[in-house]
Design a protein around this ligand. Structure first.
Ligand SMILES: Cc1ncc(COP(=O)(O)O)c(C=O)c1O
Length: 354
């Protein structure tokens, strides 16, 4: 089976972990600081604050921006549930806006009709590694005095006209094993805002600047030095892996004329966390055939967030037709940097045989 994702852990990561284990300093320390500095530089921002996951990065970023009970946060229904749940964790309410037909990202032309006096923030998601229309979203946010928190959990290194995602406002990244780089579990907040960075550091560590003096309500959302050491080694390889993902995606797109392939706007760099096609007809049968032929697939995501049972129980009954339709049509194919040419050719021939 050609797997849908294959984390690449080499000698450098193993040696880095061993060095941390031998140092005896395992929790958040030197390695975390070094990883934060390197990641901030990579994204072109002043600060990066490491957290225990992408979910806790989003939760912390929202809290650091003062989002809380009574607030509304506009987001996309077509995402991993953590994007919306992180809003609920703060006591605020996610408000869903339908997606674009081509990018599958939040549709900026539909945002303004959902803005109310309670709207505090917009939380767009760069789905599959494809940047949102950030220029339009930032313009709307500026016009209405709203905060923007980018969910860049799938989009390490993606950019719009040369500017990396996560640097337009406050960004949140995940380092889960399937992501473009991994720390096993881990997350990162990126920002140019001194106050947000400072509050995020407090919130991830029980509101504590000075030992056992707790200024605000905080959590244990820390990354460990073991994880940060892996992250530092992975970050060095990210540009090469991203180039390979983009090349693999191009190879597939040039050879798959019969399905809807991903679109990339002029001036946008899509980093292909996922390579996602759309099929008409029986998707389950298509997935079954591909799997039987040894092609790993995944459905991101089969049910939009507003239709998930937990959101139904919360009283969500929106009608978001594009997200609902697209969620029944998408199939993600392997695109990771460890794919060989022979594997790419197998994917092409099996998809074209459908
Ligand atoms: C779009 C999106 N948001 C948030 C998350 C949450 O990240 P994590 O799994 O590291 O908590 C993920 C990762 O799965 C994601 O894909």
């Amino acid at each position: 089976m050609i797997p849908i994702a294959r984390p690449v852990i080499g000698e450098e990561e193993k040696q880095a972990v061993l060095a941390v284990l031998e140092s005896g300093m395992l929790a958040q320390g030197q390695q975390v600081r070094a990883f934060e500095e390197a990641f901030a530089e990579y994204c072109g921002v002043k600060y990066a604050v490491a957290t225990s996951s992408g979910t806790t990065a989003l939760h912390t970023a929202l809290l650091a921006h003062g989002v809380g009970p009574g607030d509304e946060v506009i987001t996309t229904p077509f995402t991993f549930i953590a994007s919306a749940n992180s809003i609920l964790f703060t006591g605020a309410r996610p408000v869903f806006v339908d997606i674009e037909e081509d990018s599958y990202n939040i549709n900026p032309t539909l945002i303004e009709e959902k803005i109310t006096s309670r709207t505090k923030a917009i939380l767009p998601v760069h789905l599959y590694g494809n940047p949102c229309d950030l220029e339009a979203i930032m313009t709307i946010a500026d016009r209405h005095g709203l905060i923007v928190i980018e969910d860049a959990c799938q989009a390490h290194g993606a950019s719009v006209h040369g500017k990396k995602v996560g640097s337009f406002s406050t960004g949140c990244f995940s380092f889960y094993p399937t992501k473009n780089i991994t720390t096993a579990e881990g997350g990162m907040i990126t920002t140019n805002d001194d106050g947000v960075a400072e509050r995020a550091r407090l919130i991830r560590q029980h509101g504590m600047r000075k030992r056992y003096y707790h200024e605000v309500l905080g959590y244990n959302f820390r990354l460990t030095d073991i994880q940060a050491a892996i992250g530092l080694a992975q970050l060095g390889k990210l540009p090469e892996w991203t180039a390979k993902r983009i090349a693999n995606a191009r190879y597939l797109t040039e050879r798959l004329p019969n399905v809807v392939t991903p679109t990339v706007r002029d001036g946008y760099v899509h980093v292909f966390h996922q390579y996602t096609i759309r099929v008409n007809g029986d998707r389950d049968a298509a997935v079954e055939k591909l799997n039987a032929a040894g092609i790993g697939t995944a459905i991101y995501y089969p049910i939009p967030v507003h239709q998930q049972p937990v959101y139904r129980q919360l009283g969500y009954h929106d009608s978001l037709p594009v997200a609902e339709r697209v969620s029944r049509q998408v199939i993600s194919l392997p695109v990771h940097p460890a794919l060989t040419l022979a594997e790419l050719d197998r994917i092409v021939s099996e998809v074209n045989r459908l």
